[in-house]
Design a protein around this ligand. Sequence first.
Ligand code: SF4
Length: 632
Amino acid sequence: MTQLNTPYPATAYLTGFLRQHSDRLGLELAQADLAIELFLRVFSNGGLTRVHAELQARLAEVRDLRDIPVAITQFVGEGDRYIETIDPVVRFLQGRDPNLAHRIVANDFLPQGRRFAAIENGPGAEDDDPLGWAFGGLGLADRAKHLASLYIDDIADAIREGIAPDFELARYGERLAASAPTFDPLREALEGEATIIDEMLDDLSRELVAKHRPDFVGITAPFPGNVYGAFRIARAIKAARPKTRIALGGGYVNTELRELSDPRVFDYVDYITLDDGEAPMLALVEHLANKKKPLLRTFVRKADSVELVTTDAIHDVPIAAAGTPTYAGLPLDRYLSLFEMLNPMHRLWSDGRWNKLTIAHGCYWKQCTFCDVSLDYIARYERAPADLLVDRIEALIAETGQTGFHFVDEAAPPAALRALAETLIARGVTITWWGNVRFEKAFTPELCELLARSGCVAISGGLEVASDRLLALMKKGVTVEQVARVTRAFTDAGVMVHAYLMYGFPTQTVQDTVDALERVRQLFAEGCVQSAFWHRFAATVHSPIGLQPKLFGIKLAKKKHAFARNEVAFTDPTGTDHDALADGLRRAVYNYMHGLGLEEDPRSWFGKPRGTKIPKVTVAPDLIRRALDASD
Ligand code: SF4
């Protein structure tokens, strides 16, 4: 499970690349997305009938219903209504039955669980129409989409709390894989009693194998929340068709499994490839046809150990030779547009179908001390020529009929964005796009306007700790005042801005955090950013901080590992209790995104955390205003 609104691009990239070699090698290629298929099977009349029966049976064994989470009792109590409405609601969210919006907003069509309480407690709580502030009188389709999304969330809550504790719409079994030092918990879950969600995934995997009868399957696991599913799929394929060879790759593997030494992993997969998948996959395909051909960056089992096999004779594929991604074979009309958070930037992540492309490989800056700069996906920088990108954009529009693009770069280079925008405009190609950047001074008001004219509607970037001292320590290469000017230039050009924020950085004090929140408040108040999210800092072993913790005044915990290794626990002598501040930070930004609480003292969001004294803000109240005036 990754995203419900659009396919993850890895299979599209690899299929597009391998297609170029299919004639020469006699390949028949097919791709599938079992994440969307699993969602559609669970969230269907038949799927919810099974979920309901299972939950009902569990409730029958319970003496005191007060011990049962309300998500379960509410779902079971209104089970018939959920089962009756699920197929029409899914069709509506797939965009295939827009007129259902009238019934959904009529308020008696959907059963309403605890997620709907957010409406009653939201910014319009005092009004006769509590969603009127967000949708007015005319926003029928959006209002219905929001209500239908809450309904889907209620069902997911009931499944998680009553059937599969690790089930979420965007991840499954994440806890089992994220920086898991041993394979034991995953193996136990794979070989233990299957939940009905597992059974449905097993069924889907078997059906897929029966349909394609593959000789070779590549599975991508971009995030920890995909790993349990990936192994489960591999297990079902092996059981149904033992001769099929299976390879595992993707972002999770590249960051977490580089020091893999547990051979039991190979009971499920035959090969594990590291870093970009194109060249290792092609090498594997050739190797399977002729065992004398070498493998590239591929883990294999050797007796009772694990060996990384590689060669200097094969190189990674340059962008120009990677081919055009293709979504052929994926059910593009069956993805769902969800709209849970009433924030225009957040909806880009979950609403609408986006073709995904990268403007460059790696990061042109590659200096941030918290980032995996030692790994290939950041360290190897290569830019795609603008004409080639626009050729690929046109090919994807022709194939999918969609003109929305999400550029999934870690940090898109300003010069490449300028070239892309000029080429799109010169060639008269109309698209809508968004992506991730560093808020650096190259984004002048003139460049922001050019990007907006080329179809840019939103930009995200890291403001991180919102403190110049800590930004320097993390080598972000920006200052808060510079971020203010750049984000304001984007906003003035009509481009929405989302800021990634971070807390808990080495040496960060409570004073740093309170002051950071004040700067963020001012950025919202001055209209520089419209959306933001606080992430807790994590030390990863591939970052400069993980590689040289002493330089940052922290000590990493030592732990033996035979499976995954990425995030490591550490001790910071500053001793700040960052957990005590987390809720206040999130609450503040959630309110700022709705235009609320912008006049209040930032300290008010923290309450009175035990053991932590919240100091007064030391930032000038007009810091951001003055920075903007200086640029005017
Ligand atoms: S955090 Fe972003 S800008 Fe910094 S090195 Fe990593 S990818 Fe580049």
